[in-house]
Every structure is written in structure tokens, then in C-alpha cells.
Design a protein around this ligand. Structure first.
Ligand code: FAD
Length: 567
């Protein structure tokens, strides 16, 4: 038991993938470690994520990547806002972190060779391979901690219960050859696991974010690293300049825990704190538009750091993601949020502001789509929310957020109250426009133009489908442009899109060694920050899939290394 006055070399605050990586690494470097987690589950947003990490120069890339190329790309992404030394530290350590994870923590990764970087037009971008997927983890290895691992979102699983890796999910959604067999295999494996089925409906084959967080948690379990849940950082303890411990709230009282060598803050961003959102992010903004777990990441570590004299940066930024609401089918008056990560690139849809006008290439990355919503809101005053419009063919074939393709889940199988509420439906574009309060002539013109582009294969306004990233999310069976299709078959549909996020990216300013710095850029002794409670190493950009978790874990690894080698 860890009581008031306990002392460790290192205290890690927050059990996301970055925090748990730091704890494993610090232990392996001979330090005593305590991990404290505010919620009743380990894993944070990391556990419900796709689990991808962006790792330049990783071992699977062979000669296709090198430090100069990766740095050129990151420099262009970050537009001079991130010191060269920090970018260099990331490129130098990310692949090392993966090697350490594979060899010592037992969680391996595989490069996704066809997943392109998000800015394919920048020098140094790669058409694939920097994004890596975690290997599946056997949840049984976690022992009793299995049920302490935050569960993945139902929508990330097959039939809301069977785990899939990112590659499997992609093979199924893009109908790669052999996909029906793959579905059968995954289903059979789930049901063949009879002993476990009697125990739980929850799949013990952990994939995506659950593999990442589960793999890190398994490392803690195997090492016997003490870990407390329902234990929240309240404030930092200082002795002069130096941070020497934490005060945490546990069972309704405050206890002090000393950290002889360092405190690593890994407690996520402030996306679940409406007041901090309103103070920092461009409006309108709402906590409920975020796809992150409710209640966890309320900026506690950022505020504690500020109170200890830390500087902050990038507080006006988030990892933006367009989201839609989805009421629960089982629990009245509750709803979840679903991100629209891939459907914006599929053919046969268009996204318009409330004046009926397009404002961006819909297929760009979710983060840049968010910036486009903000820019258009500032220019037109008629965005946030905006509308995704599609036709019956699109509805039948593709997922839209939380709506499964109509061929699997036709409208008549959905709760009737979802019609003209979760999604709007009408026999003509004019009627649909009236329902969603968008001028009909403008929407009709936009749809007519999209239909022309579908025929020619060339979007002359925004060049949708004009690059390798867009086409990754296109439908390869559609020609001449896999991202463009006509919107012509009734009924027509619209879904409201809010400016959501998968976390905020502003936080405590850190140096290349993950040390928190003060207003004069001097490190605060004993204080480290990683992940979304630190200012993002990517600034406003999102270099590629995994660019939030890759840095969180890499700087977790760097922080532990630094503590072990500092006196
Ligand atoms: P978290 O993982 O949220 O961990 C922070 C932990 O700190 C939480 O457990 C929280 O409860 C705890 N905490 C908060 N306050 C306190 C306190 N006071 N005391 C103690 N503990 C505290 N990113 C990628 O790179 N790749 C992806 O594939 C990807 N897919 C995503 C898919 C979805 C659906 C979502 C929602 C996000 C995705 N992301 C992805 C984003 C990524 O998951 C987050 O940016 C990342 O998990 C943030 O890591 P973190 O360690 O900063 O925070």
C-alpha cells in the first residue's frame, strides 16, 4: 500500500500509453516508480484510440527513410515553431523507443506500408511506412488488471464486440481480396475462445489502442510496478525551485508522495474542461464534441505545472476531428461521439457550410479539416457546425460515423427517432436543404458541380482525390477518381458535423529532454511533461497517423532516460 509520505524515485501522473511507457523505462533503468491514475481505468484516451504511432526511420522502412528526410518534413510541418533540437530528439529516439518496447516491454509494432503521411506534397513526406500498428496483445496476460484496462469504443469493433487490427479493419472496409474469409476468421477465433467466452464477452485479443495501452500495462504488471487508480494529482510539491513530489486525492483525502528524482506529468490535455476550452480554443467550442473519454482529461497537470512556474505553449490548438453525435440505443438520454476519419474521402458526398458552399477538400486529414472549419467560421460565420450531404448509393455502401452501411443496417432497422435528428433525409436536395436550414439554390449548385467533377474525375475547386493521402481513403472500385462520385439517387441525406477533437495539444512547454521550462526557458528541476499535457512537438500540424501517440511514448522514454542519467 502507498500511504501519505511514501517516497519513490519517480512518480508518473496519468496512465496513457506515454505515462506507462515512461514508468516501464524508468523501472528498467533501476529507478523505483509509482504510477497514479485519476480514473478507475488505466489506458486513458490512448486505450480507445487507433493505437497507431508515427515513427520516422523505423526498422521496417529500411533505406526508404533517413534522418535528413524526416527532419525536412517535420520542419515544413511545424513552420519554424518548434526548435530544431526537439525535432531532432524525436527523430533520434522514436525508433529506439520502438526497439525498447519490442525487446524489453514485449510489445512489437509493424509499419503500415500503404498509410501515407498527411502532407504528401511536402518535401520529405513518405507515401507510407512511418505509421506503425501495435501487434495484438493477449489480455489474459494482464491477469486481474484486464478489467482495469479502459475498454475500446464499440464502434471500433466488429459487431461492437470483436477486436480488429487497423489492417484488418482496413481490409474489411475497403473490400480487399479475401475480406469475407478474414471476417469469418476473426469471428471464428472470437467464438472458439470458449473458456474466455464463459468468463466475459469482452475480447481478450487486444488490438489498436487497447493493444498499445494493454501492452504497456502488461509491462507494469510483469515488473510489479505499483499503480494506483482513482488517485488524482492535485498539485505539485516544491522545495525551492525543485519539484520534489505530488499531492494526490485518494479516497476523499489528500496524501503527499515524494519523488526523489522526478515527476513525469502524462495526464492528457484539457479537452474535457469546458472553461479551459472557452478560454483557449477558437469558438464555438464544446467539450461534448470531443471523442475522448468523458471526464478524464480536464487539464489538471497543465494547471499544476503553471502553479509551479511553468510556461505553456500552443494552448489554442487541438488535434481536431470532425464528429457527429450518436444517441445510445440502449440507455435513454445518453449519446456518444463518433469521429469522421475516413468517410469524407469516399465518393458520392460533399460537405457544405450553412450557406450551402464547400470550403475545403473534404478528404484532407481530420486535423486540417478542423482548421478549415475554423477558417470558414471566421470568414463566413456559417460553419461549426457544417453538413455532410450524400445520396442513397453512398448511404448503402459506406459507413458514416456511427451509421453502418445501409446494406448492413438499413434505415428501417435504426431507431425511428434518429430520422431528421441524427441524420436528415429527403426525396430532393431542395427538401433536404429546407430541413437543415441551408439555402436550397446554393446546395443544389454545389451538388451539380460535384456531379460534374465526378464525371470528369477532376475537382477544379479543391482537388479532392488529387493526392496519395486522399486516395488512401478513396474507393478503389470507383473511376476515374476514387474520391468523387455523383450525388444523384434519392433519398438524399445530411449529417451534422461538429468541430470535435481527439485531444488538445497545448500544454506545458518542454525542452528536447521533456523537461518542463519556465517563462525564461529554464528547466524546472525535477519536472517533466509528455503527451497532451505538454506543448505538441508537431505545433499545429499532424504529420501522419500516430503523430500524437508516437511523440507521447517517445518523450516518455526520453524523460525516463533523462531522469536516470541526471544527478
Ligand atoms: P491519455 O492517453 O488520455 O492519458 C492521460 C491519462 O491521465 C488518463 O488516463 C487520465 O485519466 C489521466 N489523468 C488526467 N488527469 C489526471 C490527474 N489529475 N491525476 C492522475 N491522472 C490523471 N493518436 C495517435 O497517435 N494514433 C491513433 O491511431 C489515434 N487514434 C485515435 C482514435 C480515437 C477515437 C481517439 C479519441 C484518439 C486517437 N488518437 C490517436 C489520439 C490519442 O489517443 C491521444 O492524443 C493520446 O492518447 C493522448 O495521450 P496522453 O497520454 O496525453 O493522454
Amino acid at each position: 500500500t502507498v500511504g501519505d509520505g511514501a517516497a519513490f524515485d519517480v512518480v508518473v501522473v496519468g496512465a496513457g500509453a506515454g505515462g506507462m511507457m515512461a514508468a516501464n523505462r524508468a523501472h528498467d533503468l533501476g529507478l523505483s516508480v509509482l504510477l497514479v491514475e485519476k480514473s478507475d481505468r488505466f489506458g486513458g484516451t490512448s486505450a480507445v484510440s487507433g493505437g497507431a504511432i508515427w515513427v520516422p526511420c523505423n526498422g521496417d522502412l529500411g533505406g526508404q527513410d533517413d534522418k535528413a528526410k524526416a527532419l525536412t518534413y517535420l520542419r515544413l510541418c511545424t513552420k519554424g515553431q518548434v526548435p530544431e533540437e526537439k525535432l531532432g530528439a524525436y527523430v533520434d529516439n522514436a525508433a529506439q523507443m520502438v526497439r525498447y518496447s519490442t525487446e524489453k516491454v514485449g510489445l512489437g509494432f509493424k509499419a503500415v506500408m500503404e498509410y501515407p503521411d498527411y502532407y504528401p506534397h511536402y518535401e520529405g513526406a513518405l507515401p507510407g511506412g512511418r505509421t506503425m500498428d501495435p501487434a495484438p496483445v493477449d489480455g489474459a496476460d494482464l491477469g486481474g488488471d484486464f478489467f482495469r484496462l479502459r475498454e475500446p469504443y464499440a464502434l471500433m469493433k466488429l459487431f461492437s464486440r470483436i477486436s480488429m487490427t487497423v489492417s484488418e479493419a482496413r481490409a474489411i472496409t475497403t473490400k480487399k481480396s479475401g475480406w469475407p474469409l478474414l471476417v469469418l476468421k476473426v469471428i471464428a477465433a472470437y467464438w472458439a475462445d470458449l473458456g474466455w467466452r464463459f468468463k466475459s464477452r469482452r475480447d481478450r485479443r487486444l488490438t489498436m489502442g487497447n493493444a498499445l495501452a494493454g501492452g504497456m500495462l502488461r509491462g507494469l504488471v510483469k515488473r510489479g510496478i505499483p499503480r494506483l487508480f482513482n488517485t488524482a494529482l492535485v498539485r505539485l510539491v516544491r522545495d525551492g525551485e525543485r519539484v520534489t513530489g505530488v499531492i494526490v486525492a485518494r479516497d476523499g483525502r489528500e496524501i503527499a508522495i515524494a519523488a526523489r528524482k522526478g515527476v513525469i506529468l502524462a495526464a492528457g490535455g484539457f479537452e474535457r474542461n469546458q472553461a479551459m476550452r472557452e478560454q483557449n480554443l477558437p469558438g464555438p467550442t464544446a467539450e461534448k464534441w470531443s471523442v475522448t473519454p468523458i471526464g478524464n482529461n480536464t487539464g489538471d497537470a497543465i494547471r499544476a505545472g503553471i502553479d509551479a512556474g511553468a510556461a505553456v505553449e500552443f494552448m489554442n490548438l487541438a488535434w481536431w476531428a470532425p464528429t457527429m453525435r450518436l444517441p445510445s440505443r440502449h440507455t435513454p438520454n445518453t449519446e456518444t461521439r463518433v469521429g469522421l476519419f475516413m468517410e469524407r474521402g469516399w465518393p458520392g458526398s460533399v460537405i457544405v457550410n450553412r450557406q450551402g458552399n464547400r470550403f475545403v477538400n473534404e478528404a484532407i486529414s481530420y486535423n486540417d479539416f478542423g482548421y478549415a472549419m475554423i477558417a470558414d467560421q471566421q470568414a463566413s460565420g456559417a460553419n461549426v457546425p457544417c453538413w455532410m450531404v450524400f445520396d442513397a448509393t453512398f448511404r448503402r455502401k459506406y459507413i458514416v460515423g456511427g451509421l453502418m452501411p445501409g446494406m448492413m443496417e438499413p434505415d428501417k432497422s435504426l431507431p425511428p427517432e434518429w430520422v431528421d435528428n441524427v441524420f436528415y433525409r429527403a426525396e430532393t436536395i431542395g427538401e433536404l436543404a429546407a430541413k437543415i436550414g441551408v439555402p436550397a439554390p446554393a446546395l443544389s449548385d454545389t451538388v451539380t458541380r460535384m456531379n460534374d467533377y465526378a464525371r470528369t474525375g477532376k475537382d477544379t475547386e479543391f482537388d479532392r482525390g488529387g493526392n496519395v493521402y486522399d486516395r488512401y481513403f478513396g474507393d478503389r472500385f470507383v473511376e476515374p477518381n476514387p474520391c468523387l462520385g455523383p450525388i444523384e439517387k434519392a433519398p438524399f441525406y445530411a449529417v451534422r458535423i461538429d468541430l470535435g477533437d481527439i485531444g488538445t495539444k497545448g500544454g506545458l512547454k518542454v525542452d528536447a529532454r521533456a523537461r518542463v521550462v519556465d517563462q525564461a526557458d529554464r528547466p524546472i528541476p525535477g519536472l517533466y511533461a509528455i503527451g497532451n499535457c505538454s506543448g505538441a512537438i508537431t505545433a499545429a500540424s499532424y504529420p501522419g497517423a500516430g503523430a500524437t501517440l508516437g511523440p507521447a511514448m517517445t518523450f516518455g522514454y526520453i524523460a525516463a532516460n533523462d531522469i536516470a542519467t541526471s544527478t
